[in-house]
Design a protein around this ligand. Sequence first.
Ligand code: HEM
Length: 393
Amino acid sequence: MRTPNSRHFDHWIRQDFKHINTELELAYREAGCKDSVTDVGDALKQQLLREGNQHITALLREGNTDEGFDNGFDLLGNVGFFMAACRRHDLTEPSREHKSPLTDASALAMQLGASLGVIPRFASAHLETHNRAINGEYKSFTNLPDEHLFLEYNTRGVFAFIRASEALLHCLPLGVSHPVTHDLLVAAQHDLKTVISNNNALFEKLDIDQFFYCVRPYYKTHRVGLHEYRGANAGDFAGINVIDLLLGLCRADDPYYSQLLVDKFLFMRPDDQLALRDCMRRKSLLDGFLEVDDNATQDDWFQRNAEAFLQVCELHGQTALQHHELLIKKFIELPAARDGLEKQSDLTASGPPLDVMLKGLKKLCDLRTAANVEGLSTRFNDLQKLRSVVKHG
Ligand code: HEM
């Protein structure tokens, strides 16, 4: 059971908090603000700070009420929304501070995060896969249509990736030669096609400036206590990496990829962390197909299942290309270049300058597409080998 203080805070996040943020976004637009929002909407900013702190101080005073994981995680999300909004409105700014000025919010977030085994800030699960709607309304920072569009399409994309990862996980106990493995690979293809059409719809419908100036800023890095934490991104769930690892396109012993996993673990819910950890020690399906005896590669089962597997790899690569070459380009790279903001340190959710982040994401895209890139160890040769024995590969 949630305590009355926790319920009141949740109500505030769903109502007044959203309203204040929306009013501020409209005030910024009216004042022609682009990147800087100083000296605009000061009364609203102070109201946000005062009301949020009042709720949080009451919760902190109440102490550890052991309301169970789900309620604790939900409360952490609410504290995180407040802290992220303070960052967005420049009430906090990590390069200006050596610790967060939101002392009570930090204390509560750290107590919750450490006891739950997650990062002490809001994560994408709070906005996407674990964001309960009440009478059709889920939690968001603002009431702006583009934020809703972004969140709903992200949530759809994440669930489609999760479904594909589950289908691939079911292949493990059956093995690469089982007739039903074919059904599961076809199911994974279907789910990855859903990701692709979902990404296309988001690409068409989302407004560039609304996203860049009114949605993205809520995902900036900020401090909790002493440390600065990167913002959430739609990739903070295990499913996408489960797909990478089970297909064999990315490897847990690759230093670049394992660093990425290590950095992301605490951004996921503990159940998701377990699923990913388990997957890191499994043999990939690609290795399973490559180990098949040469004599068996002309068998019907091999031809059918390996062909379906190659199509799953192809589709997964397409989702990565789309994310990199369509979504990131249109909604981050181009507006940043247009407005001369490429060098700004707080442009990305993860903190590094844009070119550094883009380089990292390109590497990931090359791994997922098994591209033939000098100096990068992708599965290009292994996939070529498999294609060469599959008649319709
Ligand atoms: C990560 C941008 C939509 C999945 C990222 C990052 C950026 C980004 C910049 C890197 C975060 C950082 O390090 O700062 C965008 C933009 C989108 C969008 C501009 C649309 C307007 C989506 C959607 C999905 C998605 C719909 C599908 C579920 C991911 C994943 C990652 C990620 C999986 C983690 C890196 C990876 O494993 O590829 N995104 N994204 N994104 N995003 Fe998106």
